[in-house]
Design a protein. Sequence first.
Length: 316
Amino acid sequence: MPHVIRGNGTSAGLLLGAAVDAAIGDPRRGHPVAVFGSRVAVLEKRIYRDSRLRGVAFTTICVGAATGIGLAAHRLTRDRPIARTVVTAAATWAVLGGTTLAKEGVHMAGSLEAGDLAAARERLPHLCGRDPSRLDESELARATVESIAENTSDAVVAPLFWGAVAGVPGLLAYRAINTLDAMVGHRSPRYNRFGWASARLDDVANFVPARLTGLLTSALAPVAGGSPRRALAALRRDGHRHPSPNAGRCEAAFAGALGVRLGGVNDYGGRLEHRPELGDGPRPAVADVRRSVRLARAVSLSAVALAVGARLLRRA
């Protein structure tokens, strides 16, 4: 094992960090991403103008700072393989969100199975930004499945992809980009201009990982009792129909793998978005929530194996 670590500190760190995330998930307080978000919010208040140029400056500062920290860590551990493993593991744990995502899905499944719509509505904001107040059982299930599909890419596959490509700098840069998109990359009067750069950069960062997520989901469809052929057909036919260039690939593959039909009208606090239908089955039922969690976990494990394997091959 020491020899493996000396030769492959980054790959060992990715594996160790994923194992830590699987074991403990995210802390309730003091999560590094939450700390980053709080600092970003302070900067936004100081720099904000209804301007694309200001948004570009804001995005450059935030992503540049995170990337700089990653580059410094990379250089400081260049000749210290044990330290490289530990730092990579810490960064991997900090940026992954797959365990927490699965736990939220299980909580939603439990509430819906118990017929407790009030609890399910209260829980939904942990997964997405939709207004849950008027959602019925089916719409709550749809929102959960769609969120699990998209976030399997954002919270697991994408950070591991960039970790495999660029080590700690890639891990931190990606999480910074994705956090900025969640905070300011909205189509709203306040952020339509200011958040443009963050949203477009997130689209670029997720282009390959989203398609990789779609392919992994299709291949692993039998884990959820589905058909790889049907999942791949939905991915090819419907993946491009979503307004997001990336989320549609994940949601379409999940729809095909689960044999359900996603999409419809989403209410984001009074702002309605009409999403095209993805897949050709019935609307998601309560039982499909646990199936989606099972599928997401399988995709996540496969992504870990691919990331570690890619680093080992690169080293070889």
